[in-house]
Design a binder for this molecule. Structure first.
Ligand code: C2O
Ligand code: CU
Length: 466
């Protein structure tokens, strides 16, 4: 469905509220948090519109922004008030396996009424996020996710540090969320919604002051939607990808697959009083504007800043490409795919039987059945690995590795510019992508598609490090 049309639908019914962009909350001194996942009602589509029944951390969508300093310890007590079991996964944080939040694999699921205490230090500064890892498509899709911001000891000088959590929702005309688990979503592009929100609400405007400098942290928390943002008349500079610093560079369109993050320096270079759109045309037939940048009158400094200083590197170990163990992961299945037969829990099933079991995807013929299936690959602690991901399907897959960031080496044999560190890489249909990482910590680490209906449909596996 065209998001612009639906947006109009909601806008016609009544004026949607303007929502500022700020989620910027003060740094939590003693990083001790309580996260309570529970049913809640929120305004997604405007204050004068019906509220939406969601699942939320601490009653808010997105959940509270957790901010702490690099190298400090995060303590979070999770008290489950959902009607089903849950966990919290700290997406992109390099942490001990026992804190990784994968049910049955790294911890028992937190039963309704139960509690789990997470405690780990955060080695890398950057933009991360947290979300459940049980029934992920539904739990994340109903609104359970929040930003996790780790601050550099000396953050770059900016006038404002903003977080934009991008999300989309499938809503009916009463702004209610229809059921999850649609087979078509699972076998095709995932659950793509038709209402896009910025920090938990449709956004009509974000206010800028002429010549101010903003650090803008983009997080794609959507179930399946890709974003490709353009800032009319602006030239943002990318400074980090998936939390990890990258040599500052300009880009025309900013791509974010599900779970990916991009940190930008956005200089407010336009004229006082002017208005500029932020356009998303990831799906050309469904282009729409995400929000508008509205310039005030008061100029912050005589001219905008121009120089962008790189962020300090994070202490990620460099893989040894020569001595690396090599593996190939072929991503298979889905509609218009070539998968005929897949191994599910030790049985070889045809694609129709698989779909009957709610599955349609495989890695090297292996359809994920349980979290504790036998591993796709085993590595020794400290070993470097080069993985080739081959997308044999008709859909893009944002492939996420837990526990480690990898260097994105090449796409279809062509070296990738800057070979950035990432924890999630978008692999396009028929594409072949090479990534490399050091298996620096022992444990059972998930590797899966972050299009959550694909993950649930079997596009998932474990890399065992011992
Ligand atoms: Cu953000 Cu295994 O996920
Ligand atoms: Cu996928």
């Amino acid at each position: 469905m065209n998001p612009r049309l639906t947006r109009r639908h909601f806008l016609q019914v009544g004026a949607a509220t303007a929502l500022g962009a700020g989620l910027c909350q003060g740094r939590a001194a003693a990083a001790e948090h309580t996260l309570i996942p529970a049913p809640a009602r929120v305004h997604l589509v405007g204050a004068n519109q019906p509220t939406t029944a969601v699942w939320a951390f601490n009653g808010r969508v997105p959940g509270p922004t957790l901010r702490l300093g690099q190298g400090t310890v995060l303590r979070a007590a999770v008290e489950n008030r959902l009607p089903e079991a849950t966990t919290v996964h700290w997406h992109g944080i390099r942490l001990p396996n026992a804190m990784d939040g994968v049910p049955h694999l790294t911890q028992p699921p937190i039963a309704p009424g139960g509690r789990f205490d997470y405690r780990f230090s955060v080695p890398d500064a950057g933009t991360f996020w947290y979300h459940p890892h049980v029934n992920s498509s539904e739990q994340i899709g109903r609104g359970l996710h929040g930003p996790l911001i780790v601050e550099e000891a000396r953050p770059p000088e900016v006038d404002r540090d903003l977080v934009w959590v991008l999300d989309d929702w499938r809503l009916d005309r009463q702004a209610a969320i229809p059921p999850f688990g649609q087979r078509h979503d699972m076998t095709h592009a995932g659950r793509i919604g038709q209402v896009v929100t910025l920090n938990g609400a449709i956004s009509d405007r974000v206010d800028l002051r002429p010549h101010e400098r903003i650090r803008l942290r983009l997080i794609n928390a959507a179930n399946a939607r890709l974003f490709a943002l353009r800032f009319e008349n602006h030239h943002p500079t990318v400074i980090a990808l998936d939390g990890m610093p990258v040599a500052p560079h300009g880009v025309e369109r900013i791509w974010l697959g599900p779970a990916q993050r991009v940190d930008l320096i956005l200089d407010a270079v336009a004229a006082p009083g002017s208005v500029h759109r932020v356009i998303d045309d990831a799906y050309p037939e469904g282009a729409y504007w995400l929000t508008e940048l509205h310039y005030g009158a008061e100029v912050v400094r005589p001219t905008p800043l121009t120089e962008v200083v790189p962020l300090p590197a994070n202490p990620v170990p460099e893989p040894d490409l020569v001595g690396a163990v090599r593996g190939e992961f072929r991503l298979q299945g889905g509609a218009r795919g070539s998968l005929r037969q897949g191994n599910l829990g030790g049985r070889s099933l045809g694609i129709r039987q698989l779909v009957g079991q709610g599955k349609a995807w495989a890695i090297n013929g292996q359809v994920a059945w349980r979290y504790d299936d036998p591993p796709l690959m085993s590595l020794q602690v400290g070993q470097s690995a080069v993985l080739t991901l081959v997308n044999e399907t008709s859909f893009p897959h944002p492939m996420h590795l837990h526990g480690f960031h990898f260097r994105l080496l090449s796409r279809d044999g062509e070296p990738v510019a800057r070979q950035p560190w990432r924890d999630t890489v978008l692999v396009w249909p028929r594409e072949r992508v090479e990534v490399a990482f050091v298996a620096e910590r022992a444990g059972q680490w998930m590797f899966h598609c972050h299009t959550l209906a694909h993950q649930g449909g079997g596009l998932m596996g474990v890399i065992a490090v011992a």
